[in-house]
Design a binder for this molecule. Structure first.
Ligand code: DOR
Ligand code: ZN
Length: 346
């Protein structure tokens, strides 16, 4: 479909990093301007591991939402070796904690408290299956013997397949999938599995890491993959399948933390997220399927009501600033100093 105007139900972001304190206060408005709700990642320092911490974090986010905007943070817990089945019951009962995030220990930013072997937390996963609380999976092995570009595929074989067999009733979101293998895994599963897809993995392949020189602002986890994988993600996201939905993984880092000897993983996209997704759907010729991906499939999977407000996008180019404020520093956003083809009209 070709159109210059898209009037859709207001979307949600089902995977977002907001950080905390001043940094959080400087980025939350970018998301609230576009999305009604977001699943907020718990990888703070220290991580959000209890319901009490999640509710306090939620209050801090709500207090930082700019005046005149409405935004509902959907909270998550960080799964550790200390997480108890009782905490899962309390999470479900809170009505405000919507999922538990599994980070393989050492896989990405602030994942040191993660779990190295899912088998060690089976009692917690059982409690989640019973409480019907979704598990959000960062699906990469950390085994240094596995090539960094193969870590998602190896995770499927080593961990996803056994997890599905052992807990068929557990709802699982395979987060920020990056490969044709992950698309195929989700499509071939019988039930209770979905995946989020970021806009940077829809728009960029791994050449973007080495475009005339090393490009630290395109470094994220899981790392960008080959063009054939980007094409598979684009087909999955734009094809209307309800198991795929929007999750930006927008991950702000101060510029100096990206431009370091050991630079952080993360791409900041919250400043232009839905506009960039519109570019990706336009590339696929599937703008008519953006609303399902951005506004329907996520709430349906999480068993939350769909939004009722609307958001209008128009084909009107604008220039992204070279930086956005981030606490006492700045963050370099995706497309910095470049042009985005779509704008928010209302
Ligand atoms: O690129 C990433 N950045 N991937 C993650 O999994 C974490 C995130 C972050 O927190 O910066
Ligand atoms: Zn993330």
């Amino acid at each position: 479909m070709h159109t210059d105007r898209l009037d859709i139900v207001r979307p949600d972001d089902w995977h977002l990093h907001l950080r905390d304190g001043e940094a959080m206060a400087s980025v939350v408005g970018h998301t609230a301007r576009r999305f009604a709700r977001a699943i907020v990642m718990p990888n703070l320092k220290p991580p959000v591991t209890t319901v009490a911490q999640a509710l306090a974090y939620r209050d801090r986010i709500l207090a930082a939402v700019p005046a005149g905007m409405t935004f509902e943070p959907l909270m998550t817990l960080y799964l550790t070796r200390q997480t108890t089945p009782q905490e899962i019951v309390a999470a479900k009962a809170s009505g405000l904690v919507h999922a538990v995030k599994f980070y393989p220990q050492g896989a990405t930013t602030n994942s040191a408290a993660g779990v190295s072997d899912l088998a060690t937390v089976y009692p917690v996963l059982e409690a989640m299956e019973q409480a019907d609380l979704p598990l959000l999976v960062h699906g990469e092995v950390t085994d240094p013997a596995v090539d960094v570009f193969d870590r998602e595929k190896t995770f499927i074989d080593r961990h996803m397949v056994p997890l599905r067999e052992r807990f068929p009733g557990l709802r699982v979101v395979f987060e920020h999938i990056t490969t044709a293998d992950a698309v195929q895994f989700v499509q071939s599963a019988t039930a209770n599995i979905a995946a989020t897809i970021t806009v940077h993995h829809l728009l960029l392949n791994r050449n973007a890491l080495f475009d005339g020189g090393v490009r630290p602002h395109h470094y994220c986890a899981p790392v960008l993959k080959r063009e054939q994988h980007r094409q598979a993600l684009l087909r999955a996201a734009t094809g209307g399948d309800p198991r795929f939905f929007l999750g930006t993984d927008s991950a702000p880092h101060p510029r100096e933390a990206k431009l370091a000897d050991c630079g952080c993983a993360g791409i900041f996209t919250a400043h232009a997220a839905i506009e960039l997704y519109a570019e990706a759907f336009d590339e696929a010729g599937k703008l008519e399927n953006l609303e399902g991906f951005a506004s329907f499939h996520g709430p349906d999977f999480y068993r939350l009501p769909r939004n009722t407000e609307r958001l209008v996008l128009e084909r009107k180019a604008w220039t992204v600033p070279d930086t956005v404020p981030l606490g006492d520093s700045v963050c370099v956003p995706m497309r910095a100093s470049g042009s985005v083809a779509w704008s928010i009209a209302s």
